[in-house]
Design a protein around this ligand. Structure first.
Ligand SMILES: *Cc1c(COP(=O)(O)O)cnc(C)c1O
Length: 474
């Protein structure tokens, strides 16, 4: 085989093969271990020199499946509780296959009215789902990292305009240092975004009280007072990965109004708390923010990659990201062109899986799923509290449970070492995936529940595996 054109007839066989193998993989997901033995060796089985002559599509796909799939972590299955990673609903996965089949590029309307138009539709649906006013602008991104960048870039444009500068045109030179405040709950991707914006990661100031990083609101107020009317950016975190904790959004919105600040909310998974009567209060006041972001590939359960950024003043997005060239559509087009609203230019048609999953399950379906996950988190907390060798480290406010292995008689100074080794041993064991962290100075585990497939059986497996692997360690 040489030129792909010569292999054109292979298309049907290649796709039929992938469909059959996908059924096999997905059919086993509910009962599969998360990590296959030898997972780390899989990439080496696919390495080697660049082929001089091709083997054709079917042979290539067969090699990928037969030698590669052991290296795939079953993170779209029900027992992956590391980081915060969702799975893929049937509707989202089906639509994502179509994304590759259609191969649309939603940057310019003329290149894909379908993908470009659906992006507007799903952004409106998502605003409705979360309770964000419809008048806000928005754009799909690769994830929360780029959504944070997008929202904070709009904030930087606003801030520079307060100083009479068009920062996209003239840059930061000549401007004072941009003041940025947040709490210790801030996600490192927000800090990285501030770095990418040329402001400097170390310029972000964090008035905190206590070892868990909670905001000291009085200290923040006095820092804003010291600015004597200069505008600033505030970053609120709605759901952080250690324990699901939230910054006090309502009080931060009060300060933003009083001192003339931009309020950015990172709700990468926590924004989905707006779907439940039990957690909605954690987001109260969010409609007073200036930018709000979240992820699609976490709690929405659409495939990688997918995030969204919403900005109250829609014109700031085009001001920040608009570009022009004689062969492109005009920025002042009658149709939307997401390339002018986004740090990306050409991009994947991420709207299709979002549209399909929201159409398939609706507001009610997602509210039910979120409520089920909140129940499962409480169930896990109850199981931990009932086990004499497990210790919960803080309240469960949403979908993350922070705890540690604490067998009787073990001296306090050994617990960090034991829990550090335990986190690694659980990954190698491979039956469930639970991530390790440090919470208030203590090494801990922090399963996060966001996968639509997860049930009580999977939660009970966390408890069983942690205790079994823990006992073997001490
Ligand atoms: C996961 C997460 C991010 C980063 O999201 P990516 O999708 O990995 O870019 C940012 N903020 C919070 C609070 C998160 O939980």
């Amino acid at each position: 085989m040489s030129d792909p054109y010569a292999g054109k007839d292979e298309l049907r066989a290649a796709l039929d093969y992938v469909v059959a193998e996908s059924h096999r993989y997905l059919g086993g997901l509910d009962d599969s271990r998360v990590r296959m033995p030898g997972a780390d060796e899989a990439p080496a089985r696919l390495a080697g020199p660049l082929p001089e002559h091709g083997e054709g599509a079917l042979e290539a796909l067969r090699a990928l499946v037969e030698r590669g799939l052991d290296g795939a972590i079953r993170s779209s299955g029900p027992r992956f509780f590391h980081f915060v990673q969702g799975g893929t609903t049937p509707a989202a996965l089906g639509a994502d296959w179509l994304v590759s089949t259609l191969d649309q590029n939603p940057g310019m309307w003329v290149a894909s009215p379908l993908a470009e138009g659906l992006e507007v539709v799903v952004l409106d649906w998502l605003k409705d789902l979360f309770g964000i006013p419809q008048a806000w602008g928005g754009v799909l991104t690769t994830g929360a990292q780029m959504a944070n960048f997008t929202g904070l870039a709009a904030g930087r444009r606003w801030w520079a305009a307060q100083h009479g500068t068009d920062v996209e045109r003239d840059g930061l030179a000549g401007l004072p240092q941009m003041p940025v405040f947040t709490s210790g709950l801030v996600h490192p991707t927000a800090i990285k975004a501030i770095g990418m914006l040329g402001v400097g990661r170390d310029q972000v100031r964090m008035p905190v009280a206590g070892g868990a990083g909670h905001l000291d609101i009085d200290h923040l107020r006095s820092m804003l007072e010291d600015l004597r009317g200069d505008p600033a950016l505030l970053i609120a975190t709605a759901g952080e990965p250690n324990a699901g904790a939230f910054d006090p959004i309502h009080e931060m919105a009060d300060l933003a109004e009083q001192y003339g600040c931009w309020l950015h909310i990172d709700g990468a998974f926590g924004l989905f708390g707006a779907l439940s009567d039990r957690s909605r209060h954690l987001l109260s006041g969010m409609e007073r923010a200036h930018s709000i972001i979240s992820d699609g590939h976490k709690w929405l359960n659409v495939p990688y990659d997918c995030g969204f950024a919403f900005v109250r003043e829609a014109s700031l997005l085009v001001g920040t990201f608009g570009i022009g060239a004689s062969y492109l559509s005009p920025v002042e087009d009658e149709h939307p062109n997401a390339a002018f609203l986004s740090p990306e230019s050409s991009r994947r048609a991420r709207a299709l899986p979002i549209w399909a999953t929201l159409r398939a399950y609706g507001r009610r379906g997602y509210a039910e799923m979120v409520n089920r996950h909140l129940d499962l988190a409480q169930h896990l907390a109850t199981r931990i509290d009932a086990a004499e060798d497990l210790e919960r480290l803080t309240d469960v406010v949403l979908n993350i449970v922070c705890f540690r292995y604490h067998p009787a008689g073990e001296p306090a100074d050994r617990l960090d070492e034991i829990n550090g080794r335990l986190a690694e041993a659980i990954i190698q064991d491979g039956r469930v995936y639970v991530g390790g962290t440090v919470y208030e100075g203590k090494r801990a585990l922090r399963p996060a529940i966001v996968n639509w497939r997860t049930t009580e059986r999977d939660i009970d497996e966390i408890v069983a595996v942690v205790r079994e692997v823990g006992r073997a360690l001490v």
